[in-house]
Structure formats: C-alpha cells, structure tokens
Design a binder for this molecule. Structure first.
Ligand code: KIV
Length: 284
C-alpha cells in the first residue's frame, strides 16, 4: 500500500471516511500498525511517559524525537508519519522552529510535524514552518506542554467562553497554514463545532465522534500503560497483563529448571562429534 498524502486525507474527508491515527514510538509497534492498516502514525512526545518513564513530556528532547521517529519510519515505511515537536524545540524563535522541524524531515523522514497551542506566537511558528515547505499539524484543547497554564492534565473548553476560545484557536491555526489540527480533551460539542467550521482535516483524541479522524495513544488502547488512563480511552486488549504473565511464567520455569528443554530449545551435535569432544576434554 502506498504512503498516503494530504490529497488522500482531503479525499477521505470529502467522502466521509474516518482517518485512523495512532501513536507509535518504536519499530515493532509501527510495523504492526502498518500491517493493521492505520492511516497515520504520530510519534508523540508522549514517548516521554510511555517509553522513557518520565512523569511529563517536558524532558523529551529533539534527539529523543529524531531517534524514535527513525525507528517508527523503519517499521512503517508506507505510512504517513507525524513527528511531534518537543517542549522548547519551537517556542524560542521561528528559526529554531524551522531548524528543528527540518531535522525530523531530513533525519527521520517524517511526513509532517505537530506542535501544540493556538495563540499568536504559535500561529507565527506554524506559518514560518509551513513556509519552509513542511506540513504542520496543529494541536489545541488539552495541550500537555501548557499544563501549568491550563490547570493540569484535564478536559478543556467546558464552559461556553472556554469552548469559544478553542474554536477561535482552531481558526487561527488553520489560517496560519496548518494542514490539519488535532483537538484533544474537549466536549463533543466543541469537537463538532471545530470540525464543521474547518476546511482541513480535524482529528480528535477525546474530542467526540464528529471529528474527521480519531487518535489514541497505542499503549493506552492495548492496556500497556496503566499509570493513568484518561476517560476517552477504550481498551482493545490487555497486553500489559499478557506480557506480565508471560514474564512470570518464564521466571517460574527458569527457577524450576523447566526451561530450556534440551530436546526442544538447544542446538544438536552429531553423536560421534559429542564422543570426540568428550575424549578431547578428558585428555586435557
Ligand atoms: O504526544 C502525544 O502523543 C500527543 C497526544 C497525546 C495527542 O500529542
């Protein structure tokens, strides 16, 4: 299957087909997602929590993002990949933002980058990056890099005024030249209003059913990340439990000398070679 482009996504939107979007951070997961037919993969800075074990996304660096985007690209050569811009990789200046977005394109072969926020400074960055020829996905609503200012990791736009502010941000980001916007953690009415007013694909994570596509963090939806599960997550599997049980069984079998079974799990040697080997050992 050929890698999708923005034209394919525009067509999907016009036909009312949903865009399927998932996060991945490593080769194996990306490979499985491509096999499953996912349309778009986000290498999110959520890798900080999911893969690197931090409490927030703040410590994630550009080098982390480049390394993980490269691994995901190797696993999913034919899937549209969005690389996330980590905290402080675009806030300082347009030049910094273009240079770092360019690293994800040049060094990791991603198709687009994503950055958080909807204010005037972010609009300036979106404009600058897209003028450098790079596809930019906006990210508004619950934006973890603004955690301090939005009062923690919690739903946004739950009053009329707050909802209006997010609808306005969507307009600002679209006008700045974003090819798509991800809306996170807002009531269904807000996701619907943004989607109905947009001229670009609107993707949602915890933004209701009306958006043009849906994103989930893969480790949440397969039951691997259990530190915290947002309300909008549906668990499709319990992989964490399956893996833990497999690890426990291995621990028990090795301790009980039940693994390995020589007839099944080791390399053979011809009888005469074993004999010769034992004679040579004796002579030593
Ligand atoms: O980093 C990420 O995975 C994200 C999602 C939480 C939207 O930005």
């Amino acid at each position: 299957m050929a890698r999708k482009t923005i034209n394919d996504f525009a067509q999907m939107v016009s036909k009312g087909e949903k865009i399927v979007y998932l996060t991945a951070y490593d080769y194996l997961t990306a490979k499985m997602q491509e096999k499953a037919g996912v349309d778009m993969i986000l290498v999110g800075d959520s890798l900080g929590m999911v893969t690197l074990g931090y409490d927030t996304t703040f410590p994630v660096t550009m080098d982390d993002m480049v390394r993980h985007c490269q691994a995901v690209r190797r696993g999913a050569p034919n899937t549209f990949i969005v690389g996330d811009m980590p905290y402080m990789s675009y806030q300082t200046s347009n030049e910094q933002a273009i240079a770092n977005a360019g690293r994800l394109i040049k060094e990791a072969d991603v198709d687009a980058i994503k950055l958080e926020g909807g204010g005037p400074m972010i609009a300036e960055r979106v404009k600058a990056i897209q003028q450098a020829g790079i596809l930019v996905m906006g990210h508004i609503g619950l934006t973890p890099q603004f955690m301090g200012q939005i009062g923690g990791y919690k739903a946004q736009g739950r009053s009329a005024a707050a909802a209006m502010k997010i609808v306005d941000q969507a307009k600002v980001v679209e006008e700045a030249g974003a090819f798509s916007i991800l809306v996170e953690g807002v009531p269904t009415a807000v996701g619907k209003a943004i989607t109905e007013r947009a001229g670009i694909p609107i993707l949602g994570i915890g933004a209701g059913s009306y958006t043009h596509g849906q994103l989930l963090i893969y480790a949440d939806m397969v039951g691997m990340y259990d530190n915290f599960t947002p309300k909008f997550v549906k668990k499709y599997a319990n992989v964490g439990e399956v893996l833990t049980n497999a690890f426990k069984e291995y621990v028990d079998e090795v301790r009980a000398a039940q693994f390995p079974v020589d007839a099944e799990h080791t390399y053979g040697m011809k009888e005469e070679d074993v004999k010769e080997f034992l004679i040579a050992l004796d002579k030593k």
